[in-house]
Write a protein that binds this ligand. Structure first.
Ligand SMILES: [Zn+2]
Length: 276
Protein backbone atom coordinates (compact mmCIF):
# COMPACT_ATOMS: atom_id res chain seq x y z
CA UNK A 1 0.00 0.00 0.00
CA UNK A 2 1.49 3.31 -1.08
CA UNK A 3 1.12 6.61 0.62
CA UNK A 4 -1.27 9.02 -1.12
CA UNK A 5 0.69 11.62 -3.06
CA UNK A 6 0.61 14.99 -1.34
CA UNK A 7 -0.70 17.83 -3.49
CA UNK A 8 2.12 20.23 -4.23
CA UNK A 9 3.08 23.03 -6.54
CA UNK A 10 5.94 25.09 -7.80
CA UNK A 11 5.65 28.80 -8.37
CA UNK A 12 7.80 31.89 -8.62
CA UNK A 13 7.48 33.64 -5.27
CA UNK A 14 8.63 36.76 -3.49
CA UNK A 15 9.75 36.19 0.12
CA UNK A 16 7.96 38.89 2.13
CA UNK A 17 8.68 38.10 5.79
CA UNK A 18 10.30 35.35 7.82
CA UNK A 19 10.06 34.31 11.45
CA UNK A 20 12.15 31.76 13.34
CA UNK A 21 10.17 28.72 14.43
CA UNK A 22 11.39 26.22 17.01
CA UNK A 23 15.11 25.43 17.22
CA UNK A 24 16.05 25.43 13.56
CA UNK A 25 13.01 26.07 11.37
CA UNK A 26 11.66 29.19 9.68
CA UNK A 27 8.17 30.32 8.75
CA UNK A 28 8.00 32.51 5.65
CA UNK A 29 5.21 34.46 4.07
CA UNK A 30 5.40 34.36 0.26
CA UNK A 31 3.65 36.25 -2.48
CA UNK A 32 3.41 33.61 -5.21
CA UNK A 33 2.64 34.18 -8.86
CA UNK A 34 0.14 31.31 -8.99
CA UNK A 35 -1.50 31.07 -5.55
CA UNK A 36 -1.38 34.56 -4.05
CA UNK A 37 -0.19 34.79 -0.45
CA UNK A 38 1.12 31.47 0.88
CA UNK A 39 2.65 30.84 4.28
CA UNK A 40 5.23 28.06 4.43
CA UNK A 41 7.34 26.33 7.04
CA UNK A 42 10.93 25.64 6.01
CA UNK A 43 12.05 22.77 8.22
CA UNK A 44 15.59 23.08 9.59
CA UNK A 45 16.24 26.05 7.29
CA UNK A 46 18.47 27.68 9.91
CA UNK A 47 20.95 24.80 9.82
CA UNK A 48 24.14 25.88 8.02
CA UNK A 49 23.87 23.28 5.27
CA UNK A 50 20.14 23.49 4.70
CA UNK A 51 19.21 23.67 1.01
CA UNK A 52 16.11 25.67 2.05
CA UNK A 53 18.18 28.36 3.73
CA UNK A 54 18.75 30.47 0.60
CA UNK A 55 15.03 30.32 -0.24
CA UNK A 56 13.83 32.17 2.85
CA UNK A 57 15.72 35.47 2.64
CA UNK A 58 13.29 38.42 2.53
CA UNK A 59 13.27 40.23 -0.81
CA UNK A 60 14.49 37.31 -2.88
CA UNK A 61 12.44 36.06 -5.78
CA UNK A 62 12.61 32.26 -5.72
CA UNK A 63 11.03 29.38 -7.53
CA UNK A 64 9.49 27.62 -4.55
CA UNK A 65 8.17 24.08 -4.35
CA UNK A 66 5.58 23.81 -1.64
CA UNK A 67 2.73 21.61 -0.51
CA UNK A 68 -0.72 22.84 -1.46
CA UNK A 69 -3.10 21.37 1.06
CA UNK A 70 -6.27 23.48 1.35
CA UNK A 71 -6.85 22.16 4.87
CA UNK A 72 -3.58 23.53 6.19
CA UNK A 73 -2.83 27.14 6.97
CA UNK A 74 0.89 26.43 6.79
CA UNK A 75 2.36 24.64 3.77
CA UNK A 76 5.68 22.79 3.62
CA UNK A 77 8.50 24.38 1.67
CA UNK A 78 10.19 21.46 -0.06
CA UNK A 79 12.80 23.00 -2.32
CA UNK A 80 13.41 25.41 -5.12
CA UNK A 81 15.96 27.83 -6.50
CA UNK A 82 16.87 31.52 -6.16
CA UNK A 83 15.93 33.63 -9.19
CA UNK A 84 16.66 37.20 -8.04
CA UNK A 85 18.72 38.45 -5.11
CA UNK A 86 18.36 42.22 -4.81
CA UNK A 87 20.76 42.39 -1.86
CA UNK A 88 23.72 40.64 -3.44
CA UNK A 89 27.26 42.07 -3.54
CA UNK A 90 27.32 45.77 -4.39
CA UNK A 91 23.91 46.62 -2.99
CA UNK A 92 23.64 49.72 -0.85
CA UNK A 93 21.89 50.68 2.36
CA UNK A 94 19.41 52.61 0.20
CA UNK A 95 18.65 49.52 -1.91
CA UNK A 96 17.96 47.66 1.30
CA UNK A 97 15.71 50.39 2.75
CA UNK A 98 13.60 50.68 -0.41
CA UNK A 99 13.36 46.91 -0.70
CA UNK A 100 12.23 46.54 2.93
CA UNK A 101 9.69 49.31 2.37
CA UNK A 102 8.25 47.62 -0.72
CA UNK A 103 7.98 44.28 1.13
CA UNK A 104 6.21 45.97 4.02
CA UNK A 105 3.72 47.69 1.68
CA UNK A 106 2.97 44.48 -0.18
CA UNK A 107 2.51 42.58 3.06
CA UNK A 108 0.22 45.20 4.55
CA UNK A 109 -1.87 46.42 1.61
CA UNK A 110 -3.20 43.15 0.23
CA UNK A 111 -5.47 43.35 -2.78
CA UNK A 112 -8.94 41.87 -2.69
CA UNK A 113 -9.00 38.40 -4.18
CA UNK A 114 -11.42 35.49 -4.21
CA UNK A 115 -14.82 36.19 -5.72
CA UNK A 116 -13.75 39.47 -7.27
CA UNK A 117 -10.82 37.79 -8.95
CA UNK A 118 -12.93 35.04 -10.44
CA UNK A 119 -15.59 37.34 -11.81
CA UNK A 120 -13.62 39.18 -14.44
CA UNK A 121 -10.74 36.77 -14.85
CA UNK A 122 -8.40 39.32 -13.30
CA UNK A 123 -6.08 38.01 -10.61
CA UNK A 124 -4.95 40.85 -8.31
CA UNK A 125 -2.31 38.73 -6.55
CA UNK A 126 -0.70 37.67 -9.84
CA UNK A 127 -0.69 41.30 -10.99
CA UNK A 128 0.88 42.34 -7.70
CA UNK A 129 3.53 39.66 -8.12
CA UNK A 130 4.40 41.05 -11.57
CA UNK A 131 4.79 44.56 -10.13
CA UNK A 132 7.07 43.30 -7.33
CA UNK A 133 9.06 41.12 -9.71
CA UNK A 134 9.69 44.09 -12.02
CA UNK A 135 10.79 46.28 -9.10
CA UNK A 136 13.14 43.63 -7.74
CA UNK A 137 14.58 43.02 -11.19
CA UNK A 138 15.48 46.71 -11.41
CA UNK A 139 16.90 46.72 -7.88
CA UNK A 140 18.90 43.54 -8.54
CA UNK A 141 20.60 44.94 -11.61
CA UNK A 142 23.76 46.52 -10.30
CA UNK A 143 23.35 49.23 -12.89
CA UNK A 144 20.23 50.56 -11.14
CA UNK A 145 21.38 54.10 -10.38
CA UNK A 146 18.14 55.30 -8.80
CA UNK A 147 16.53 53.01 -6.24
CA UNK A 148 14.44 55.99 -5.04
CA UNK A 149 12.93 56.52 -8.50
CA UNK A 150 12.34 52.78 -8.90
CA UNK A 151 10.57 52.72 -5.53
CA UNK A 152 8.32 55.68 -6.39
CA UNK A 153 7.39 53.95 -9.64
CA UNK A 154 6.62 50.83 -7.61
CA UNK A 155 4.31 52.86 -5.33
CA UNK A 156 2.57 54.22 -8.42
CA UNK A 157 2.07 50.71 -9.80
CA UNK A 158 0.75 49.59 -6.42
CA UNK A 159 -1.88 52.35 -6.53
CA UNK A 160 -2.70 51.44 -10.13
CA UNK A 161 -3.18 47.77 -9.23
CA UNK A 162 -5.76 48.88 -6.65
CA UNK A 163 -7.48 50.94 -9.35
CA UNK A 164 -6.57 54.28 -7.77
CA UNK A 165 -3.59 55.60 -9.76
CA UNK A 166 -3.49 59.41 -9.54
CA UNK A 167 -5.01 61.38 -12.42
CA UNK A 168 -2.38 63.77 -13.79
CA UNK A 169 -3.69 64.58 -17.27
CA UNK A 170 -5.51 67.76 -16.17
CA UNK A 171 -7.57 69.19 -13.32
CA UNK A 172 -9.67 66.34 -11.90
CA UNK A 173 -12.17 68.86 -10.49
CA UNK A 174 -12.95 71.26 -13.38
CA UNK A 175 -11.45 69.38 -16.32
CA UNK A 176 -8.89 72.01 -17.27
CA UNK A 177 -6.65 70.31 -19.83
CA UNK A 178 -2.98 69.39 -19.68
CA UNK A 179 -1.85 72.28 -21.92
CA UNK A 180 -3.63 74.91 -19.79
CA UNK A 181 -2.50 73.33 -16.53
CA UNK A 182 1.13 74.24 -17.14
CA UNK A 183 0.06 77.91 -17.22
CA UNK A 184 -1.61 77.92 -13.78
CA UNK A 185 -0.62 76.85 -10.28
CA UNK A 186 -1.01 73.13 -9.74
CA UNK A 187 -1.98 71.17 -6.67
CA UNK A 188 -1.97 67.48 -5.90
CA UNK A 189 -4.98 66.30 -3.95
CA UNK A 190 -5.51 62.76 -2.65
CA UNK A 191 -9.16 63.57 -1.94
CA UNK A 192 -9.73 64.67 -5.56
CA UNK A 193 -7.82 61.67 -6.89
CA UNK A 194 -4.94 63.56 -8.49
CA UNK A 195 -3.94 67.00 -9.66
CA UNK A 196 -6.19 70.04 -9.55
CA UNK A 197 -5.77 73.63 -10.65
CA UNK A 198 -5.17 76.51 -8.24
CA UNK A 199 -8.71 77.84 -8.65
CA UNK A 200 -10.28 74.53 -7.64
CA UNK A 201 -7.75 74.16 -4.81
CA UNK A 202 -8.78 77.54 -3.40
CA UNK A 203 -12.48 76.74 -3.53
CA UNK A 204 -11.82 73.32 -1.95
CA UNK A 205 -10.08 74.78 1.08
CA UNK A 206 -8.08 72.54 3.40
CA UNK A 207 -8.94 69.24 1.72
CA UNK A 208 -7.21 70.24 -1.48
CA UNK A 209 -3.79 68.72 -0.88
CA UNK A 210 -0.44 70.36 -1.53
CA UNK A 211 1.21 72.42 -4.28
CA UNK A 212 2.63 70.38 -7.16
CA UNK A 213 5.77 71.61 -8.90
CA UNK A 214 6.16 71.42 -12.66
CA UNK A 215 9.10 69.00 -12.30
CA UNK A 216 7.17 66.64 -10.02
CA UNK A 217 4.20 66.78 -12.40
CA UNK A 218 6.43 65.76 -15.31
CA UNK A 219 7.74 62.78 -13.35
CA UNK A 220 4.17 61.75 -12.47
CA UNK A 221 3.16 62.00 -16.14
CA UNK A 222 6.02 59.72 -17.19
CA UNK A 223 4.95 57.25 -14.49
CA UNK A 224 1.35 57.37 -15.73
CA UNK A 225 2.48 56.88 -19.33
CA UNK A 226 4.89 54.08 -18.39
CA UNK A 227 7.87 55.85 -19.88
CA UNK A 228 9.90 56.61 -16.78
CA UNK A 229 13.59 56.23 -17.55
CA UNK A 230 14.96 54.14 -14.69
CA UNK A 231 18.42 54.14 -16.25
CA UNK A 232 18.54 57.93 -15.86
CA UNK A 233 21.23 58.53 -13.28
CA UNK A 234 20.53 62.21 -12.67
CA UNK A 235 19.80 62.22 -8.95
CA UNK A 236 16.83 64.10 -7.52
CA UNK A 237 17.61 67.29 -5.75
CA UNK A 238 16.61 66.62 -2.18
CA UNK A 239 13.51 68.90 -2.23
CA UNK A 240 12.25 67.14 -5.37
CA UNK A 241 12.70 63.70 -3.85
CA UNK A 242 10.94 64.91 -0.72
CA UNK A 243 8.06 66.40 -2.73
CA UNK A 244 7.46 63.26 -4.80
CA UNK A 245 7.77 61.05 -1.72
CA UNK A 246 5.33 63.20 0.27
CA UNK A 247 2.70 63.34 -2.50
CA UNK A 248 2.76 59.58 -2.94
CA UNK A 249 2.78 58.99 0.81
CA UNK A 250 -0.34 61.16 1.24
CA UNK A 251 -2.04 59.53 -1.72
CA UNK A 252 -1.32 56.00 -0.50
CA UNK A 253 -2.51 56.92 2.99
CA UNK A 254 -5.77 58.26 1.60
CA UNK A 255 -6.53 55.43 -0.83
CA UNK A 256 -5.00 52.20 0.50
CA UNK A 257 -6.52 50.69 3.63
CA UNK A 258 -3.82 49.60 6.04
CA UNK A 259 -1.14 51.87 4.60
CA UNK A 260 1.38 53.62 6.78
CA UNK A 261 4.87 54.96 6.13
CA UNK A 262 7.17 51.90 6.00
CA UNK A 263 9.57 51.74 8.94
CA UNK A 264 12.64 51.53 6.67
CA UNK A 265 11.64 54.76 4.90
CA UNK A 266 11.26 56.48 8.21
CA UNK A 267 14.80 55.42 9.11
CA UNK A 268 16.16 56.54 5.74
CA UNK A 269 14.43 59.88 6.09
CA UNK A 270 15.81 60.40 9.61
CA UNK A 271 19.32 59.48 8.50
CA UNK A 272 19.24 61.80 5.46
CA UNK A 273 17.66 64.71 7.20
CA UNK A 274 18.23 64.80 10.96
CA UNK A 275 16.33 68.07 11.24
CA UNK A 276 12.99 66.39 10.48
ZN1 LIG B 1 -9.77 73.03 -11.71
Amino acid sequence: MGVLPQPSSSSESLVLRVWPCGETSVIASLLTRDHGYVKVIAKAARRPNSRLRALVEPGRVVTAEYSLNPNRELQYLRGGSVEQDPLGPGSTLEDSAFLQSALELVDRCRPLGGAVAEQDDHDPAAELFEICDAFIRVLSSRSCPRPDLAFFAFEWELLDSHGVAPEVGGCTACGLGQAEMSEVTMWFSPAEGGMICGTCARSDGVSSGKPLSLEAWQIFISMAERRLDLADDTPFERPMRREIGAHLHNFLGYHLPGYRLPAALELLRARKDPSR
